[in-house]
Ligand binder design. Sequence first.
Ligand SMILES: [Ca+2]
Ligand SMILES: [Ca+2]
Ligand SMILES: [Ca+2]
Ligand SMILES: [Ca+2]
Length: 305
Amino acid sequence: MKKTFLFILFSFFAHNTYALTADTDGDGITETVYVCNGNMVCIMESTGQVRTYSSPYWGNISIPKVSNTDSDGAIEVIVLSVIGSSYSPYVSVIHDTTRAVNTYSSPYWGTIAITNVEDTDGKAGNEIVVLSTKTSPSVTVIRDASRNQRVYTSSYWWGTIAITHVADTDAKAGKEIVILASSVSGSPSISVIRDSSEQQYQYDDPYWGTIAINAVKDTDGNAGAEIVVVYVNSAGKGITTIRDRYLTRRHYSFSDVSTFAILGVNDYDIAPGNEICTLWTRGTSVGYDLVIDSEETRRTVTHCG
Ligand SMILES: [Ca+2]
Ligand SMILES: [Ca+2]
Ligand SMILES: [Ca+2]
Ligand SMILES: [Ca+2]
């Protein structure tokens, strides 16, 4: 008995860095979900009873997320399968309530990662966001609720990409996918995928030599999050806020200081929306400036909070 228990423990930990917990069958009690027997998924009830799932598509599987993909009363189990370098990867969704396993693949997929599981299309259920690198990068949105998928690519803008945030930027239903991109020739840009309308917006700027996305938060006090970008170019440096909802932007130059860094993007109760708190140096001086995007100003303060 003890030996069996130890063996089960060993096989459990040998194949799992951690187990996930979620109410997968909608009975109000949490189940434990883990990879078992090599390439199966085990769902263990609180009573200790175990259900197993397997699929011919599965090899080297992992369970990156559990999430409600169809917006019913139970949580789905998302399985990532990467059988081997010569095989296509698969993403499967286990619906434990019906015992159905939906499996997805795409000719766009090479090396893939599930970066986010969020409502991107504004319809019931969370979408699975897949970042893929093959010959060129792509983003696939799996809409498991309706069992279809949509691929986004940009041969011109996307040499390499990173999905940095998934947030509501346009003040319409569904979260937008915010991407930091570098073209094949190395020029930086930001892409916003509005999956609810299946549109892709592209931002580039002559101010941007190198850029980083610091935050995606409401800074102008109007619904929808702004994309807060730190830029450096040969002529100077500063912050750009992109109001994706209006397809506009505002630059705040920090070329008058030696260095600056964003300490936080928070509501410091100065004005509507979140203010951008910066710490700067100029020679031997050090100070704080707030970027108050709702007033389109930058103001020196003694402290931010
Ligand atoms: Ca569900
Ligand atoms: Ca959705
Ligand atoms: Ca939106
Ligand atoms: Ca806003």
